[in-house]
Design a protein around this ligand. Structure first.
Ligand code: KIV
Ligand code: NA
Length: 266
């Protein structure tokens, strides 16, 4: 695959071709993701749970994210590397700039941050200074203590209205893409159509421009014993981890994943 850039992702959306995103935290899994044709590797702060064994993403530091971004960069060939800004690393515009500099210098091609319209100034300044931004909306795990748990967002009409407004404001501020986590499929479809930038979904139904899963989840590994509704085990029926990642990419591209059984209704 030629090197994936923001232009590639824009073109996928324009052409109505879905793209695949998967987390990796190290060189070997980054390589495996490349081999499977994944367009975007997410160095997610989910590593706080999956690798570090914490019960939330809050303990993750910028230094942790930079370390894993460097590891992923060494195993990557042509995927676009997106790195999460961790909890409280972008509480102010200044912090957002500084934390993003660290992650971009570690090998990220873009950063992801969680939140709505309050982030517009950070998104604007980051983009002006050369850092493309993905804005993560809906269930934002860094805010779990405010949300009162890991719950579907946007079912109430007031929340849905807020999500639509946040999506529009962030696009206007220059966000390069959006990520919607755990929102009803109908609302995700509506937002995807209403913005020109690519929308990545997880637990957001089938109509988004891309799908993301945590690598360990798609391989059927779970530390908690509880599997979220939006997860599918792609290793089942495959002979290798490589084949499982390839099956995920295929299912995203042909639209067979996620099915209604992996999605939420209003
Ligand atoms: O950290 C992560 O892995 C994420 C995805 C679940 C979207 O943010
Ligand atoms: Na994350």
């Amino acid at each position: 695959m030629p090197e994936v850039t923001l232009t590639t992702l824009q073109k996928r959306k324009q052409d109505g071709e879905k793209f695949a995103v998967v987390t990796s935290y190290d060189a070997t899994f980054a390589h495996a993701a490349n081999q499977a044709g994944v367009e975007v590797i997410l160095v997610g702060d989910s590593l706080g749970m999956v690798l570090q064994g914490n019960d939330s993403t809050l303990p993750v530091s910028v230094a942790d994210m930079a370390y894993h971004t460097r590891c992923v960069k060494r195993g990557n060939r042509d995927a676009l590397i997106m790195a999460d800004l961790p909890f409280m690393a972008y509480a102010t515009v200044e912090q957002a700039l500084q934390s993003s500099a660290t992650l971009m210098q570690a090998g990220a091609h873009m950063v992801k941050l969680e939140g709505g319209a309050w982030l517009c100034e950070s998104v604007r300044q980051l983009t002006e200074r050369g850092v493309p931004v993905c804005a993560h909306l809906g269930l934002t795990p860094q805010t779990v203590n405010v949300l009162g748990g890991y719950k579907v967002q946007g079912r109430a009409e007031a929340q849905a209205r807020q999500l639509r407004a946040d999506a529009t404001a962030l696009e206007q501020a220059g966000a390069a893409c959006l990520l919607l986590e755990c929102v009803p499929s109908e609302l995700a479809a509506e937002i995807t159509q209403s913005v020109k930038i690519p929308v990545i979904g997880i637990g957001a139904g089938n109509a988004t421009d891309a799908q993301v899963l945590v690598m360990h989840d798609l391989l059927g590994l779970s530390i908690s014993g509880r599997t979220p509704k939006f997860v599918k085990n792609f290793l089942a029926g495959q002979n290798s981890i490589q084949d499982a990642i390839t099956a995920f990419v295929q299912a995203v591209k042909d639209g067979s994943f996620p099915g209604p059984e992996h999605s939420f209704s209003a």
